[in-house]
Ligand binder design. Structure first.
Ligand SMILES: NC(=O)C1=CN([C@@H]2O[C@H](COP(=O)(O)OP(=O)(O)OC[C@H]3O[C@@H](n4cnc5c(N)ncnc54)[C@H](O)[C@@H]3O)[C@@H](O)[C@H]2O)[C@H](O)CC1
Ligand SMILES: [K+]
Length: 511
């Protein structure tokens, strides 16, 4: 699990490294510059030349150190300092002097021979200190870097591409587009959230000596990027002396006439994710069709017709007996009472409950009904459903994903999975887990149903929250990547995630 730090948290970590762990910022910068030089060197052609573009702050300082290491290694290096050199930070001033000792003079931008294929440009204009859109000479420097990249040079960004807001991943204009970014010490949100992640190119995280700074040194939001090893570790190998009851029984309340596939996708995904038993509760006129999708699906008919309402409460309470997790929402017939029904049901059963699709739209009218839930609740909205849950426009949800998912989870004391590119899993305790698996081929009907089935299965197997959920999200995306590798993104359908993807993930992790 990789910790992701905001700019303010980075500064706190830097202070802790200095005050508690005896790592002066000069040494941090030396290590950062060395890591930057190593990545730049690896990207250069055999006779590649380096152009290091430095700004006025410590990001520029990193660039100066990198220039020195490249010169030491015998490379051809030219350094350009942008902005008022009188304003250089102490550390940068010191490194500029050191560089002069190597004869690597600071040249003006105009006098630099334009780099091209095989050459490498090091973008050390701004890092986590960027506070507004680059203008004037800084904007001109970024335009030069764009030109050089179009001419074939590779661009390596120090810490963050200059112009990118490291806390959000939103770029100012102009903003550098890098082939690689060297993250110093810890990842930043802007390197893992879109569009920042794409602007960074390949992110290389290098340790610079802040390893001693642990969580207690760094208060505030706890953001993490989930790695494959984390997800794999959540799901231990099965023991021999177990039976289907050991792996839990998932109750799926989903489906309706014309939308029986949604219920089947949830149920099949749960079965393919290790649930011992799966029962679908749905209107009688839909049940046969749901069960026809797979012999393993058991069924409970919900008598009556029309939208789910308080009249269905007793039947659902009875259906919940002896179950270990509940998944509700995909394809359900929603009506004016459905939200209250969900509130009543959750206030009386202890089951961990996953609410998706129309269950989310039902509770969106009054999300506070969820506060009475007896068991843990997991919401899995896509941005549109998140907009309805929060009462904010979808555009705003997408521009403040981190903030909004954390706020909703804390406000309702639930776990929230905000789906999309880089799905975010926010837990009520403030931790947010960033997912990096998945691909646009998964933007197909039923993909979300599959995710809710995987969530239900892992909860039914008593994997703890929030681990079970960020693991389900990681697994679902990896299943999509493996399925797309065989079927192509265009050809991918939700069923492939189950039949193809999930089974390949388990095989890969059980080896
Ligand atoms: N925090 C750490 O542990 C380490 C950080 N290192 C590097 O330092 C930068 C952050 O450096 P900082 O001096 O805070 O700011 P920047 O260099 O990113 O920005 C320079 C400076 O520029 C001013 N500024 C902001 N926006 C603009 C603008 N649009 N136009 C003009 N000037 C602007 C502002 O005053 C900034 O302070 C971090 O990214 C790392 O690369 C250490 O080297 C390693 C440890
Ligand atoms: K930079």
């Amino acid at each position: 699990m990789l910790r992701v730090l905001t700019a303010a948290q980075m500064r706190q970590a830097e202070q802790a490294a200095e005050q508690r762990h005896g790592m002066p910022s000069a040494l941090l910068m030396e290590n950062a510059g060395r890591g930057l030089a190593d990545v730049a060197r690896a990207l250069a052609g055999p006779h590649g030349r380096f152009v290091v573009v430095c700004g006025p702050g410590n990001n520029g300082g990193d660039g100066l150190v990198a220039a020195r290491f490249l010169l030491e290694g015998g490379a051809r290096v030219s350094v350009t300092l942008v902005g008022d050199t009188a304003k250089l930070t102490t550390e940068s001033k010191r490194n500029l002097e050191a560089l002069r000792g190597f004869g690597g003079a600071a040249l003006a931008l105009e006098s630099v021979e334009p780099p091209a294929t095989g050459d490498v440009v090091v973008d050390a204009l701004f890092g986590t200190g960027l506070s507004r859109a680059p203008a004037g000479a800084f904007a001109e420097a970024i335009s030069a870097i764009h030109r050089w990249r179009r001419a074939g040079a590779k661009v390596v960004a120090a810490d963050v591409p200059s112009g990118l807001q490291s806390d959000t991943g939103e770029p100012f204009s102009p903003c550098v587009e890098a082939d690689a970014t060297v993250a110093f010490g810890f990842l930043k949100p802007g390197q893992v959230l879109e569009p920042g992640a794409s602007l960074c190119g390949r992110v290389h995280r290098v340790d610079i000596g802040m390893g001693g700074a642990s969580s207690r040194d760094i208060p505030g939001a706890e953001l993490f990027v989930v790695e494959e090893s984390d997800a794999r570790r959540t799901l231990p190998a099965r023991k021999a002396d177990t039976h289907k009851g050991t792996y839990g029984h998932v109750l799926v309340v989903a489906g309706s006439r014309g939308k029986t596939g949604a219920a089947a996708l949830v149920a099949k995904a749960a079965l393919r994710s290790g649930a011992g038993l799966v029962t679908v509760a749905t209107r009688s006129d839909a049940l046969e069709s749901v069960q026809s999708h797979s012999a393993e699906i058991m069924g409970i008919p919900l008598e009556g017709s029309g939208p789910l309402g308080l009249g269905d409460l007793d039947a659902l309470l009875a259906a919940a007996e002896g179950k270990d997790a509940l998944v509700m929402g995909p394809g359900i017939p929603r009506g004016p009472e459905t939200g209250r029904l969900i509130g009543e049901l959750l206030s009386r059963v202890e089951l961990p409950a996953v609410l998706d699709a129309d269950a989310l739209n039902a509770v969106a009218e009054d999300p506070s009904v969820l506060r009475r839930a007896k068991g843990p609740v997991v919401l899995t909205p896509h941005p549109g459903e998140m907009a309805r849950l929060t009462g904010r426009p979808t555009k705003e949800v997408q521009s403040k994903r981190l903030d909004m998912v954390g706020r909703l989870a804390a406000g309702l004391n639930v776990t929230v999975v905000l789906k999309g590119d880089r799905t975010l899993t926010a837990h009520a305790d403030g931790r947010v887990f960033i997912n990096t698996t998945g691909n646009p081929g998964m933007a197909t009907g039923g993909s979300g149903d599959v995710l809710s089935g995987v969530c239900g299965a892992l909860l039914a197997q008593a994997f703890p929250l929030p681990d079970a959920i960020w693991t389900a999200v990681y697994t679902h995306g990896l299943a999509g990547d493996l399925a797309a590798a065989r079927r192509g993104q265009l050809g991918l359908v939700a069923g492939d995630l189950i039949e193809q993807g999930l089974c390949e993930v388990w095989l890969r992790w059980e080896r």
